[in-house]
Design a protein around this ligand. Structure first.
Ligand code: NAD
Length: 433
């Protein structure tokens, strides 16, 4: 064993009960070895800076009280305020949130944003809550994290199961507490409240900027290409829409309730109308009359040029990785591919656009929103999109350059850039006291 090995591994901790957190640590270990990171720094990067687990009691519409469990994890505050989404989903736990917070640190590093990574969540099924219950839960959660958030400390944004309305409630609750309107406390707000034009679409647009760059490298023309999208929420629906506008045929789409396919290409506008229709409370693609039903178990192995997982983590595993029949895997979701699946993909000709690069458009436009709120000076949507495109393509080029020069996978190259940035800042700032 090398003299350095023990120091790189922190003592066993509560986060490691989670498979997602162990996956994030394994990635960090691989990167640390690839870039020869100082183990004293690696150890600090393995454990989130600050975590809070809290009871979130809510008065339900029935008059009964129900206690939800909430989490907020700030992985790093080294580069500035921590930044990351708030997720409402039944299975959210501390380890998952900690892993997502760690990935946010690397993502902000790749994009050169002055943020550390954070993430939060409440274990609940948002589809089973009324609007009033969601509002009371969100406001109580905000009250519980009040001591550890702030525009210069930790700034939340939407993620799975949360949206602009959720951010508006957090903004209002925080502003009531501090006594003045403080829009810079959250990003992904409604535009009328200081939100940024184009923020809602930013993650999907960023995914498609990366896909186009990959297609150019592979000499694939959008008019000849097909795509499959898993997840039809914020990221999946915008990605599908942007691909469709480019001329790509989106041949299959799935969500939590099922999947649909149409070999000649799904009419995305018609699908959006169907999903938003008043009778479709679950906002599902299932039952869309202009497509046929598809077994969701077959979705990821449908033949296509571009596969976009845009729902959950750990959906591409060692079991199904060998069955993918795509040329480009564009990871709209966070952590959709396990390290075991990555090893399978490494031996294939699938061009992976790793999550921390592919879905970084969201945090990038969140950064634009925060800057605008701090300055009270607002940009046009054209300015937002042009700047987003510049930053996404710049990051894509940097990742590809490192991958080629050092003969690394795109994922390892992306992680190296992100980890190295945070590690360098930590080393230069030193260890307090
Ligand atoms: P969302 O809640 O808007 O949509 C999630 C979608 O996934 C829904 O269509 C849901 O039905 C589907 N889904 C849930 N469980 C599923 C299952 N078991 N199988 C198939 N589909 C399932 O969430 P979102 O904001 O679009 O986020 C999706 C992913 O993208 C998450 O991993 C999130 O962390 C990541 N992400 C989001 C943003 C953002 O700006 N919203 C930014 C970066 C990364």
């Amino acid at each position: 064993m090398s003299a350095l090995a023990p120091a790189a591994h922190p003592p066993a901790n509560v986060f490691e009960m989670s498979a997602v957190f162990r996956m994030a640590c394994r990635q960090l270990e691989t990167v640390a070895a690839a870039i020869d990171l100082d183990p004293n720094i690696t150890q600090r990067l393995m454990v989130p800076k600050r975590s809070q687990v809290m009871a979130v009691p809510v008065r339900m519409d029935s008059g009964k009280t129900r206690v939800f469990i909430g989490f907020r994890v700030q992985h790093s505050l080294t580069s500035g305020a921590s930044k990351g989404g708030l997720r409402y989903a039944p299975e959210v736990d501390l380890g998952e949130v900690a892993a997502l917070a760690m990935w946010m640190s690397w993502k902000c590093g790749i994009m050169n944003l002055p943020y550390g990574g954070a993430k939060g969540g409440i274990a609940c099924d948002p589809a089973a809550l009324s609007l009033g219950e969601k509002e009371r839960m969100t406001r109580r959660f905000t009250e519980e994290v009040l001591n550890i958030i702030g525009p210069r400390v930790d700034v939340m944004a939407p993620d799975m199961g949360t949206d602009e309305q959720t951010m508006a409630w957090i903004y209002d609750t925080y502003s009531m507490k501090v006594g003045y309107a403080c829009p810079e406390i959250v990003t992904g707000k409604p535009v009328e409240l200081g939100g940024c034009v184009g923020r809602r679409e930013a993650t999907g647009r960023g995914v498609v900027y990366c896909v186009r760059a990959a297609m150019e490298e592979l000499d694939l023309r959008p008019g000849d290409a097909t795509a499959v999208v898993q997840g039809y929420g914020n990221v999946g629906s915008v990605t599908a829409d942007e691909l469709h506008k480019l001329g790509v045929k989106v041949v299959a789409i799935g969500d939590r309730y099922g999947a649909v396919r149409h070999d000649r290409g799904i009419d995305i506008q018609a699908l959006n109308k169907y999903v938003a229709a008043p009778g479709n409370e679950r906002r599902t693609v299932v039952g869309f009359p202009e497509a046929e039903a598809l077994d969701p178990a077959d979705l990821l192995s449908e033949p296509c040029d571009i596969l976009v997982p845009a729902a959950l983590e750990r959906v591409i595993t060692s079991e199904n990785a060998g069955r993918l029949r795509c040329r480009i895997l564009a990871e709209g979701a966070n952590g959709p591919t396990t390290p075991e699946a990555d090893a399978v993909l490494a031996g294939s000709d699938v061009f992976v656009i790793p999550d921390i690069l592919c879905n970084a458009g969201g945090v990038t436009v969140s950064y634009f929103e925060w800057v605008q709120d701090l300055q009270q000076f607002f940009w046009s949507e054209d300015q937002v999109n042009a700047k987003l495109r510049d930053l996404m393509l710049g990051a894509f080029r940097r990742v590809r350059e490192v991958a080629r020069r050092r003969n690394l996978s795109n994922r390892l190259a992306a992680l190296s850039l992100g980890v190295q940035k945070v590690a360098t800042e930590k080393a230069q700032r030193g260890l307090f006291p």
